[in-house]
Design a protein around this ligand. Structure first.
Ligand SMILES: NC(=O)c1ccc[n+]([C@@H]2O[C@H](COP(=O)([O-])OP(=O)(O)OC[C@H]3O[C@@H](n4cnc5c(N)ncnc54)[C@H](OP(=O)(O)O)[C@@H]3O)[C@@H](O)[C@H]2O)c1
Length: 303
């Protein structure tokens, strides 16, 4: 199968190239294809003639998107739309990646009043400009191309990119203590596992919207402590509240995506977040002792 990956220079894009390496895969970085350029997208897709396009291109700087909603919309909404139109023209399937930022607080509750994860059937209510642009991109793909998969994920980290994991590792080496938010919850998802899940969805023929994150959920504070512990570092991590940070874009505090629909439909649940994190640290050369089993008392044990 001929596969085109856009945003191929990003952390997910790079792992997608590895995951589809047994296919005829063409990776296009932003320099090679700007997805917000309608004419370039149409010409490139028509020339390459793939059966599958996987869109990993996005403007992912959440705070910068808040200051420039037009650019955010051009990349994150119009980009997937131009790709969907180009795929429609040649009969190709499109996978485009989306985010938990299409949902805002308060999180949804079940009949007992307990918080539950967001499902694919909960109506989007974006938290910020980035989330609005991604939700618009989803909608434009849905209304343009029946042969689409929208894969929503959360808290992404890979070995070839800057992300929360690398930021914590860097900060832990420079400071005597860290302050991390205790009231934001989600599922840290590594790009290797996400790329595998995207491939499974892409060849499933089950078009539609899917929630694909690591299994389990934790707070950012617990995630930071797990990173420090697995890397064998000795730095105190103190809790702070999200409201104490002055960030241009508000984050949803409840970023947990429910996988019931995907599991019921036969898609493979992703590994537990801690397993993914452990493998990521190994790939980064940051795992303290890979043979040592994780402590059952460790903070951030999955739920
Ligand atoms: N990171 C997360 O925590 C997270 C969470 C949920 C969902 N997601 C979604 O997951 C997907 C992959 O994200 P990621 O973490 O791999 O992000 P990433 O590392 O920032 O990669 C995104 C890539 O897109 C490229 N790009 C930006 N504007 C572009 C344009 N106009 N045309 C073509 N390429 C463009 C970037 O290139 P430059 O670097 O050169 O700008 C970068 O290589 C995105 O759809 C994102 O919204 C991410």
């Amino acid at each position: 199968m001929k596969v085109v990956v856009t945003g191929a220079g990003g952390q997910l894009g790079r792992d997608l190239l590895d995951t589809f390496a047994d296919h005829q895969v063409v990776g296009l970085s932003r320099k090679e294809l700007d997805v917000s350029d309608e004419a370039a997208v149409a010409a490139t897709v028509a020339t390459l003639g793939p059966e599958l396009v996987v869109n990993a291109a996005a403007w992912t700087d959440v705070d910068a998107c808040e200051g420039d909603p037009v650019r955010a919309h051009q990349v994150n909404a119009l980009g997937p739309w131009w790709l969907a139109r180009a795929c429609q023209g040649i009969g190709a399937t499109l996978v485009t990646v989306s985010t938990e930022h299409v949902f805002d607080d308060p999180g949804p509750r079940d009949g007992d009043g307990a918080l539950r994860g967001w499902t694919e059937f909960d109506p989007p209510r974006p938290a910020n400009s980035y989330g609005r642009s991604k939700a618009a991109g989803e909608q434009l793909v849905r209304q343009t191309l029946p042969a689409h998969h929208i894969v929503r994920t959360s808290w992404v980290a890979g070995a070839r990119g800057r992300n929360f994991v690398t930021a914590i590792l860097d900060a832990a080496r420079r400071r005597d203590h860290l302050e991390v938010v205790e009231d934001e919850f989600g599922a840290p998802t590594v790009t290797r596992d996400l790329a595998t899940a995207i491939r499974e969805v892409a060849v499933s023929g089950r078009f539609g919207t899917w929630h694909r994150t690591a299994t389990g959920w934790i707070s950012r504070l617990e995630q930071a402590r797990a990173i420090i512990e697995l890397a064998g570092l000795d730095v105190e991590v103190r809790p702070i509240r999200a409201a104490e940070l002055s960030r241009p874009a508000r984050r949803p505090s409840w970023s947990v995506l429910d996988a019931t629909h995907a599991t019921a439909a036969g898609l493979t649940p992703l590994p537990d977040w801690r397993d993914g994190l452990s493998r990521l640290l190994e790939e980064l050369g940051e795992r303290a002792s890979p043979s040592k089993p994780a402590s059952p008392e460790a903070p951030g044990t999955s739920r």
